[in-house]
Ligand binder design. Sequence first.
Ligand SMILES: C[S@@+](CC[C@H](N)C(=O)[O-])C[C@H]1O[C@@H](n2cnc3c(N)ncnc32)[C@H](O)[C@@H]1O
Ligand SMILES: Nc1nc2[nH]cc(C(=O)O)c2c(=O)[nH]1
Ligand code: SF4
Ligand SMILES: [Mg+2]
Length: 194
Amino acid sequence: MVKKINEIFYSLQGEGRNTGCAAVFIRFAGCNLQCPFCDTDFTGYQEMTDEQIVARASEFPARFAVLTGGEPALHIDARLIGLLHDAGFRIAIETNGTRTLPDGIDWVTVSPKVEFVGEKAELALKRCDELKCVYNGQTDVSDYGVEASYYYLQPCDVADEQRNIEIRGKCIEYILGHPQWRLSLQIHKICSFK
Ligand SMILES: C[S@@+](CC[C@H](N)C(=O)[O-])C[C@H]1O[C@@H](n2cnc3c(N)ncnc32)[C@H](O)[C@@H]1O
Ligand SMILES: Nc1nc2[nH]cc(C(=O)O)c2c(=O)[nH]1
Ligand code: SF4
Ligand SMILES: [Mg+2]
């Protein structure tokens, strides 16, 4: 089945536990949510077959793929996961957690959006490798009862440097008081790479 691909690019994972790992990012178009702070334009797309996606991803040196979007869970299926594995990829996904996933994904990052957009963001996933919550200065943070190996807070980028510094500071304070959480900075923004 053809898939709507916004972009495929090669960079370092800038967020979460795999920060710093070279990765091929496969960004799917479209999302079921409209988060007010979303930092991504995922609207444009070209249609690609699974084989075309894997061939393009394989042009880069790393065999680590990050499925993202938009919301990749709206698009992916067992066939694409199988073909990426056959080509030697370890597969990670960035998802808002509202949809179930095909089996076999090697690293699942869930970033819940319930407190930002309400019940349409209710979680279908209750277990993952890392839970990565966007932190906007809120006084309390929920883990939504999700079981994860790692719990990250990622300061919300509000595209205003002064406000971003304030939010980052509050996030650090929060983690100092709630040490089950770790800090995820978006290093691609700090270091100005994609
Ligand atoms: C663009 S989303 C795409 C994947 C999926 N739709 C999701 O929300 O997890 C990728 C990651 O960026 C995070 N994100 C989006 N906008 C952000 C912002 N303004 N500041 C910090 N993180 C942000 C999301 O929470 C998610 O962890
Ligand atoms: N370098 C880099 N790392 C990322 N990790 C997750 C991203 C995303 O947009 O999902 C992202 C991104 O856009 N760039
Ligand atoms: S769920 Fe993800 S891609 Fe969709 S609007 Fe929210 S942050 Fe953006
Ligand atoms: Mg991004």
